[in-house]
Design a protein around this ligand. Structure first.
Ligand code: ADP
Length: 271
């Protein structure tokens, strides 16, 4: 198993990419702290993890010990982020992986720059950029206290590389990419790696609908049309596609990969 014995924190683990990744991490042997502003969402992810077959069987070495816990965490609040990472170390003895994935989308589908209020801007920056800053900062502090090593993964976006999917959203993701590179360079002498996955063209989920994107069906249909036209592989990206990239980058198979922004985009950027 790729993550046997590792302890991971995944933010935004109550839905989408975060949930799919938490499940994949656990299936690869990690113990996972599922952190989300929605405790209900995080708890549902934990229930799904507990349903996964235990690789060593019910009577195996891991016995009945929990392999996932849910914590409520607003990634824009420093105490919440520090607390989630602390919780992982207290509960599972160490911390190896921090996946800064929680994010909020463009407030309205198709919103132009001038359609954003200052409040929209501040919310996007607070969650998408400050959240990654805080998760990275507290991960680095803990990894150094533990004597080095440790992996940070961030959710960037194709929208942080080219103008696509919203100006302010894209600006926050461009910031995430640059933070990723800087942390990779600063962390390298301590054996700390930092990478990002950069999804494109994902079907929207319930949370995004709550954020004003339109119904799941409408936005997913709009995206399917867009991705059919623009993505060489011809289908939207799924949360599971992202989780596969995530599990590779946080595993020791990527031991010599750091500072990378990995598009998960069906070939979109290759055109
Ligand atoms: P995606 O499909 O890109 O993964 P989702 O909207 O499905 O996007 O998932 C985003 C997750 O991030 C949701 O579970 C949501 O509750 C969570 N989230 C949003 N804002 C915050 C925040 N401030 N702190 C922690 N989690 C958050």
């Amino acid at each position: 198993m790729l993550l046997d014995g590792k302890v991971a924190v995944v933010t935004g683990a109550g839905s989408g990419v975060g949930r799919a990744s938490a499940l994949r991490f656990a299936a690869e042997g990690a113990r996972v702290v599922c952190a989300d502003i929605s405790l209900d969402g995080a708890e549902e992810t934990v229930r799904e993890i507990e349903k996964l077959e235990r690789p060593d069987g019910p009577g195996g070495p891991s016995g009945a010990a929990a392999r996932a816990v849910a914590v409520r965490c607003d990634v824009s609040v420093e105490a919440d982020v520090a607390g989630a990472l602390e919780h992982a170390a207290e509960r599972f003895g160490t911390l190896d992986i921090v996946f800064n994935n929680a994010g909020v989308p463009t407030p309205r589908l198709g919103a132009k720059l001038e359609d954003h209020s200052v409040e929209d801007f501040d919310r996007l920056v607070a969650v998408n950029l400050r959240g990654v800053f805080l998760g990275s900062k507290h991960a680095v502090l803990r990894f150094k206290r533990q004597g080095g090593g440790g992996v940070i993964l961030n959710t960037g976006s194709v929208a942080g590389i080219v103008a696509w999917g919203g100006s302010v959203y894209g600006a926050t993701k461009g910031g995430v990419h640059q933070l990723t590179r800087a942390v990779a360079i600063e962390g390298a002498p301590f054996g700390i790696r930092a990478n990002a996955i950069c999804p494109a063209g994902m079907p929207y989920t319930g949370f995004m609908t709550a954020g004003g994107m339109g119904s799941d069906e409408e936005t997913t249909a709009a995206l399917a049309r867009q991705t059919g036209a623009n993505h060489p592989l011809g289908r939207p990206i799924t949360a599971e596609d992202c989780a596969e990239a995530a599990v590779f980058l946080v595993s020791d198979r990527a031991a010599n990969i750091t500072g990378v922004l990995l598009p998960v985009d069906g070939g979109y950027l290759a055109r």
